[in-house]
Design a protein around this ligand. Sequence first.
Ligand SMILES: NC(=O)c1ccc[n+]([C@@H]2O[C@H](COP(=O)([O-])OP(=O)(O)OC[C@H]3O[C@@H](n4cnc5c(N)ncnc54)[C@H](OP(=O)(O)O)[C@@H]3O)[C@@H](O)[C@H]2O)c1
Length: 291
Amino acid sequence: MRVAIFGATGMLGKALLHQWIGDDVTGIGSAQADIRNPDQVRTAIEHSKPDWIVLAAAYTDVDGCEINPTLASSVNTHAAVNVAKAADRAGSKLLFVSTDYVFDGKKNSPYETDDPRNPINAYGRSKADAEEKLAQVLPDCCIVRTSWLFGPGGKCFPDTILKVASSRKEIEVVNDQRGCPTYTMDLADAIIQLCRSGAKGIVHATNAGDCTWFDFAKETLRQAGVSTTVKPTTSDKYVRPAERPKYSVLSPASLNACSIKMRPWQETLPDYLAERGRSHAELASSLSNRA
Ligand SMILES: NC(=O)c1ccc[n+]([C@@H]2O[C@H](COP(=O)([O-])OP(=O)(O)OC[C@H]3O[C@@H](n4cnc5c(N)ncnc54)[C@H](OP(=O)(O)O)[C@@H]3O)[C@@H](O)[C@H]2O)c1
């Protein structure tokens, strides 16, 4: 099978390239093709002739999207449609990576795939609009909604917490947003399985279990052996440009229906911490070699 990954230089894209063994995989970053440019998208697809396209490229800065909603819809909606149209012309299947932020967070039980979209920020709106438009261009496309991604080679929550905690005795973390932390390597494995099984429609793919950012921070520091105290706080004390849903837990039912089960998020942290330690050691050694 031939596969093209748009967004290959991002956190999830790197995990997909790392995990995807046994197929002919081409990674495409924005330097190879800006997905806002239909010609560049078409050329990249004609070049790689993929059976499957994974669209992991996006403008993912949630507060940046709120400040610049035109850029958000240009990259996350209109450019996604460019990729879908090119996929349609080339006869390629498409898997689009979407987000829990298409929901408003007003539920208090896990979101199912047929729950209505009702985004409360510009990032969520741009992805929800893309989902609707993609389903019109390519009714058989697969939309994988995920959440709270973390992994090596990207700016992510546990990395930030570990950096902040390294110089403080006590930190405050919000305890009033609940979601599902998801390790990029595990999500990559699920995406690979979905493509290999010819999945269609909306699938929710996250690691099992849910927590608040406070719980996530506490567990990260506990497993890393860092003694910094974590205190719970509320989002109103940390006002940011974009509002976040209070509850965006995604139900695993659609993933389980594809015969895929993802492990609890707590079990992924040792793998993440080992990878993070390795990349920090490599960076330190390359800097000392240069000195
Ligand atoms: N991060 C999360 O917590 C989270 C949660 C739910 C869903 N998601 C979704 O998961 C997917 C992957 O997220 P991520 O965190 O791995 O993203 P990321 O690390 O921010 O990487 C974004 C990727 O998109 C590419 N990109 C951005 N603008 C582009 C453009 N105009 N043309 C071509 N490529 C462009 C970037 O390419 P260059 O680096 O080469 O510029 C990069 O490869 C996204 O669809 C995101 O919406 C993420």
